[in-house]
Design a protein around this ligand. Structure first.
Ligand code: HT7
Ligand code: ZN
Length: 884
């Protein structure tokens, strides 16, 4: 496999002004006719010379039936055909290429290009799937106006959709019909989509800020028509938010979403025709949890926001992926923060980033937000490009302030509408709008790895000055040994003994600026001195997680308890609790490793008791503060992760807390469950908060194994009206010693929901994540269940992904059985869905984190995969880089 480098980027030799596609859909093949109205790219003439260069079209797995140039049919001697390209020699600056190919969506298991999901046809073209549909310049900087006609059997495929507006339709002989769609906006091929199926739709409308009426439709299989309202409500909220916060208005007369069951990722922002994994559209109380409802809201918004950040202004090349993804994740996170609790959203995102993206940044696949090389672009839809990319945008927002950031985004959209651009173009718009020089800041785009920021303090009582010294460093990552200092925005406050914010004035400043400010750390070592500080303060650092760094400050446990109670920044109150828990858990891990009796620091109990008894606190915050750092996070922050010690220490702490805090937990559980009984389900922040506290309380209480708690759990399981309460009750039963009740509940659940694949995914996940012994055997048995199907990515993620990613004690069984199992699965998946195979590999790539014996076992499995035969470029890239 070939490595592609950013430094080799060249603009295309030819452009495609118009693309006219015709699809004839049949059960055993599909015919695709493409007419491309092309011209030479004037930008390239100086570099290439006057003679016309060859036209090299991308195309894979296509059976070429005919090709013509300006209506003259070409013979095989007139072109060069390989398994990835069709090369022609144009005779004029402007010309038309016509081609016909046969493809086989009915046997496309990779779910890339045109494929069938259940009984419907659908497409997934990002990043390079369009070349599996027809011969084309399949690169994002070739933008064209598309017209698409599709025809199929009327009874099987009554709905025929593509991008843009429907301009004609009709019936054909033999029970077939057709429809023609025209997209007035130029777009790259990766945004092309078509859908044909027997679908029902929910319809609504949105009036844009300039008074245009837009039709909104969500298409689903008939049995899911009752699960679309939440997605529709989310879509309307997102459209309004984007007008209000970014001034962005929708531009077509119709916006469509289609839900499909077989999909490699969450969703796809095809112009005017978003295609969604059904798990990111369908949600109603009885079948989807609160988390699923919030995910639907976030993903619907994310894909909608791409209409501007991605579609109207797109990426010049795939190295710039974060231009659209980082920006759009930042936009969707702010939207969710505005719709729900801002602090809770930030806590969830930061916990996810620190556990998963930091691990990626410290592993063999570490890459910059803008990578400079890849073998397979599908491998670069990563947490770094998406989530760290969003953090980079958040830092720009912090440095510029909301108003100037908005000026920058207006300028960016105005300057580049209809263009394919780079991350540098985005930053330039922000610089031009703000007058700031972001040259050094751009290192965030080009240097991989998570910076460490060590902070120390010194207080001079006589001079009333308080100094903070910041030392930044960044560990080496593949291909990048030495790093230059980053620009790190550090939002902070200084608290006095009563927890009040002190006015902040730096030496050389004339006046104080309030109690909260952002310092820009730009040097490897830098000291900031505050004046007029009458008593030694306690710093509250990196508020709201203002930069994606590993911050350290030598807080002792009493100081952390103080911050937990008094910090004026909600995020940092949670953060103080997490740091306290980490210190306490690391102490327990040490005790376990030394074979000592475990003893929990009672200060953690006291701190959580205070939180639990504070009825004035947002209940979602209470729930977040009660959640101990996950085993995955404890693994991530360990030098060498001791899986068994981490699990034992965390479980010990949970049991101790459950027992010491039984009374307040029970009180809050009962109060909240009672309220749940009195209310019908509502998908809103206040209700999410109540249920989250109720459910975390239940998970602690069940550790007590008391009969009244078991009875409450069974009551919640049976009598609740929603999946959030039911699934938690099921999960705590699955993790409990009550074998009879567990088996009964699992069987009842499966019987009740056997026809709902998304609910069955949750049933698989709950069991796959259970840390009870015998995890692998359970997973193997579940693979034989009639609802399981290795060809369906949601099932793979629900069972295999949950086992390897969440069930750490079982997956990392010292005998290596978990590793062998995962390698076998990857080898099998590689044969029919390389993208999913490569994503499932991630846990094995982290082998350097574990002890010598596990390292050997994990590496051996990676080597076995490498030697297993013909590997896809997706799997090859991840395995070979992991072993390098
Ligand atoms: N932009 C979309 C990316 C995507 C994708 C990429 C590779 C393979 C399959 C895929 N499905 C969707 C999703 C998004 O970020 O909005
Ligand atoms: Zn996206």
């Amino acid at each position: 496999p070939k490595t592609i480098y950013l430094k080799d980027y060249q603009a295309p030799e030819y452009l495609i002004d118009e693309t006219h596609l015709t699809f004839e859909l049949f059960e055993d093949h599909t015919l695709v006719h493409a007419q491309l109205v092309m011209r030479r790219n004037p930008e390239r003439v100086a570099a290439t010379g006057v003679a016309l260069p060859p036209l090299v079209l991308d195309g894979q797995q296509l059976e070429l039936l005919s090709v013509s140039l300006d209506d003259v049919a070409l013979a095989p001697a007139d072109y060069v055909l390989t398994d990835s390209h069709l090369t022609l020699q144009p005779k004029a600056e402007r010309f038309v290429v016509d081609s016909s190919v046969r493809i086989h969506p009915e046997s496309n298991t990779a779910l890339e290009g045109l494929y069938k999901s259940g009984g419907m046809f659908c497409t997934q073209c990002e990043a390079e799937g369009f070349r599996k549909i027809t011969y084309y310049l399949d690169r994002p900087d070739v933008m064209s106006k598309f017209t698409t006609t599709l025809s199929g059997e009327q009874l099987k495929y009554p709905v025929l959709l593509s991008n843009g507006n429907l301009i004609a339709s009709g019936a054909e002989e033999g029970g077939r019909h057709w429809a023609t769609w025209e997209d007035p906006f130029k777009k790259p091929a990766y945004l092309f989509a078509l859908v044909a199926g027997d679908l029902w739709c929910v319809e609504d409308a949105f009036t844009t800020m300039s008074g245009r009426e837009v039709t909104l439709r969500i298409y689903v299989e008939p049995e899911n028509i009752d699960k679309c309202q939440h997605a529709m409500d989310s879509l309307k909220k997102a459209m309004k938010w984007d007008e209000e916060v970014y001034g962005r208005e929708y531009d077509l007369d119709i916006f469509m979403i289609v839900a499909v069951n077989d999909f490699n990722m969450g969703a796809m922002e095809n112009k005017g025709l978003n295609i969604f994994n059904s798990s990111c559209v369908l949600a109603r109380a009885e079948t989807a949890t609160d988390a699923a409802h919030q995910r639907v809201e976030g993903v619907v918004a994310h894909e909608y926001f791409h209409n501007w950040s991605g579609n109207r202004v797109t990426c010049r090349d795939w190295f710039q992926l974060s231009l659209k993804e980082g920006f759009t994740v930042f936009r969707d996170a702010e939207f969710s923060a505005d719709m729900n609790s801002r602090t809770v959203k930030r806590i969830e995102d930061v916990a996810f980033l620190r556990t998963n993206q930091f691990a990626e940044d410290a592993g063999p696949m570490a890459h910059p937000v803008r990578p400079d090389s890849f073998i397979e672009i599908s491998n670069f839809y990563t947490l770094t490009v998406y989530e760290k990319g969003a953090e980079v945008l958040r830092m720009i927002h912090t440095l510029l302030g909301a108003e100037t950031f908005r000026k920058g985004s207006d300028l960016y959209f105005e300057r580049h509408d209809g263009q394919a651009v780079t991350c540098d173009d985005f930053v330039k718009a922000m610089e031009d709008a703000s007058g700031l020089d972001l040259t050094q800041f751009k290192r965030w785009y080009i240097q991989a790895g998570t910076p460490r920021l060590a902070v120390s303090e010194s207080y001079d009582a006589a001079a009333k000055t308080y100094s903070l010294t910041f030392r930044q460093s960044c560990p080496p990552t593949p291909g990048q040994k030495d790093k230059q200092p980053f620009v790190i925005p550090v939002e902070l406050g200084l608290l006095d003994g009563q927890g009040r914010e002190l006015p902040l004035r730096l030496q050389d400043e004339e006046a104080a600026t309030g109690g909260n400010r952002v310092l820009s750390v730009t040097e490897a070592e830098q000291t900031f001195t505050f004046v007029d500080i009458a008593e030694k303060p306690l710093p509250s650092l990196l508020r709201g997680f203002s930069a994606p760094v590993r911050l350290s400050f030598p807080y002792d446990r009493d100081q952390l308890m103080f911050l937990m109670q008094h910090d004026t920044d909600g995020f940092n109150r949670w953060e103080a609790g997490q740091q306290l828990s980490v210190q306490v858990l690391q102490e327990l891990i040490g005790q376990y490793q030394r074979g000592e009796a475990l003893a929990l620091d009672q200060r953690l109990v006291a701190a959580l008791r205070t939180v639990l008894e504070n009825e004035a606190l947002d209940q979602a915050m209470v729930a977040e503060m009660l959640s101990l750092p996950s085993e995955a996070y404890l693994t991530e922050i360990s030098e060498v992760a001791d899986v068994d010690a981490i699990h034992a220490a965390r479980e010990f702490a949970r049991r101790q807390l459950a027992s010491a805090l039984f009374e307040p937990l029970w009180k809050r559980y009962q109060a909240n469950r009672e309220q749940s009984r009195q209310t019908t389900y509502v998908a809103e922040a206040g209700h999410f908060a109540r249920r989250s506290l109720q459910n975390i309380a239940l998970s602690y209480l069940m550790l007590s194994e008391r009969p009244e708690v078991l009875a409450a759990c069974l009551e919640q399981y049976d009598a609740c009206d929603n999946m959030t309460e039911r699934l938690t009750a099921l999960a705590v039963l699955v993790n409990s010693p009550f074998a009879e009740e567990r088996a009964k509940a699992l069987a009842a659940f499966a019987e009740h929901f056997k026809d709902n694949p998304l609910v069955m995914d949750q049933w698989f996940s709950v069991q796959a994540a259970s840390t009870q012994p015998g995890g692998l055997e359970r997973v193997r048995a579940l693979m034989e269940h009639p609802a399981f199907n290795l060809k369906n990515p949601n099932k793979v993620r629900a069972l295999i992904g949950a086992f390897a990613g969440q069930n750490l004690v079982n997956f990392h069984n010292a005998d290596g059985s978990g590793y062998r199992f995962l390698a076998d699965i990857v080898i099998t998946l590689n044969g029919f869905n390389p993208q999913i195979a490569s994503r499932q590999l991630a846990p094995l790539t982290r082998w350097r984190k574990y002890d010598a014996s596990r390292q050997t076992l994990m590496k051996a499995e990676l080597e076995r995969i490498l030697a297993s035969g013909e590997l896809s470029s997706d799997v090859y890239e991840v395995v070979s880089k992991s072993l390098a």
